[in-house]
Design a protein around this ligand. Structure first.
Ligand code: PBG
Length: 329
């Protein structure tokens, strides 16, 4: 007895595979993270992120133009803040002439149509490397939300299209939405890192920004009191539901590959756009393995970003964005 149904009929040639293919990757899928530093003429490679760079504002212009020419129309900005400007409250984050605020203007100057999203969290500004203010041996929630709301307004004033709170404090989406609306920034969007896990895949990013939590006597060196436990699934639904109710326009799952079940859960439960952040550690893993000749870089990269889309992502924040778009031609 031979099978009546032969699934391999639909896999016999590239032509038939093309006809039945369900998911495609295009430049429109990507949000490109960019790391920015003070100075001039700086394009420095990040140690743990081969072929990924920090740019000073002058060279950021060049990079932004090249992204635009490749069809990459959205960026997510992160800044590396000099140590002497860091404190517990992230005071520098509110400086109207701070590095982030200047970076936003720089991108808009060279490329007015580029969509600019900004990271909103205290860690690059915190002398302790935490996403919130520390008091009484705790990361305190509500006072942190106040700063995040002011920070969001400052980014909007500088010209950001979307703010992207990545801190995981409770109630921050509502705090940010109200602060923006009060000043008539009703068109400024919020992309919330809704289901952000306490992950060890963020290591290279913390190298890139010199933002790792420091040793403190009464505060753990990890972010487990605010980012989610990677053993949990239902909590992601709860977080996402609350963020949407508080006014998030786009929700995010982070990291990517290990969390695609969460992406599908959210896709099945909500009808807002979903972003997935393929994080620094995921980038570093593939770079390392391919440098050793153990994995084929380009085909694994394409498989990974396509899988993220198949899981249900509308938007992929990825350090591979340029590589993928160049590969697709
Ligand atoms: C800051 C922030 C982090 C990342 C994005 N925003 C680090 C962290 O939460 O410790 C990680 C991104 C990456 O690893 O690529 N709140």
């Amino acid at each position: 007895m031979y099978p009546l149904r032969r699934n391999r009929r639909l896999r016999q040639s590239e032509a038939i595979r093309g006809l039945v293919r369900q998911n495609y990757i295009s430049p429109n899928d990507f949000l490109v993270p960019l790391f920015i530093v003070e100075g001039k003429g700086i394009k420095e490679e990040i140690n743990s992120m081969p072929n990924y760079f920090r740019y000073s504002l002058d060279l950021l212009k060049v990079e932004v133009r090249s992204l635009w020419d490749l069809g990459l129309k959205s960026v997510l900005l992160f800044v590396k803040v000099p140590d002497n400007l860091k404190d517990n409250k992230g005071t520098e984050a509110l400086n109207a002439n701070g590095l982030m605020q200047r970076a936003i203007k720089t991108v808009k100057d060279v490329c007015p149509d580029m969509l600019v999203m900004t990271d909103v969290a205290l860690d690059p500004y915190s002398s302790y490397g935490h996403d919130g203010i520390i008091a009484d041996g705790k990361i305190i929630n509500d006072a942190t939300v106040d700063v995040l709301a002011q920070m969001s307004v400052s980014h909007a004033q500088a010209g950001a299209d979307f703010v992207a709170p990545s801190d995981m404090m409770d109630g921050r989406i509502l705090g940010i939405r109200e602060a923006l609306d009060q000043l008539n920034f009703t068109d400024t969007g919020i992309m919330s890192y809704s289901a952000k896990y306490a992950s060890s895949f963020y290591g290279p990013f913390r190298d890139a920004l010199d933002s790792a939590p420091v040793d403190l006597q009464d505060i753990p060196k990890d972010k487990k009191t605010y980012q989610m436990d990677f053993a949990n699934r239902d909590e992601a639904i709860r977080e996402t539901e609350m963020d949407i109710a508080e006014g998030a326009d786009i929700v995010m799952v982070k990291p990517g590959l290990c969390y695609l079940d969460i992406v599908r859960d959210i896709r099945n439960n909500f009808d807002v756009p979903i972003a997935v952040y393929q994080v620094s550690g995921e980038y570093a893993m593939l770079k390392a393995a391919s440098e050793k000749g153990w994995l084929d870089h380009d085909s694994v990269m394409l498989e990974q970003v396509t899988s993220i889309k198949r899981a249900g992502a509308d938007i992929i924040a990825s350090y591979f964005a340029k590589d993928v778009v160049k590969l697709l031609g």
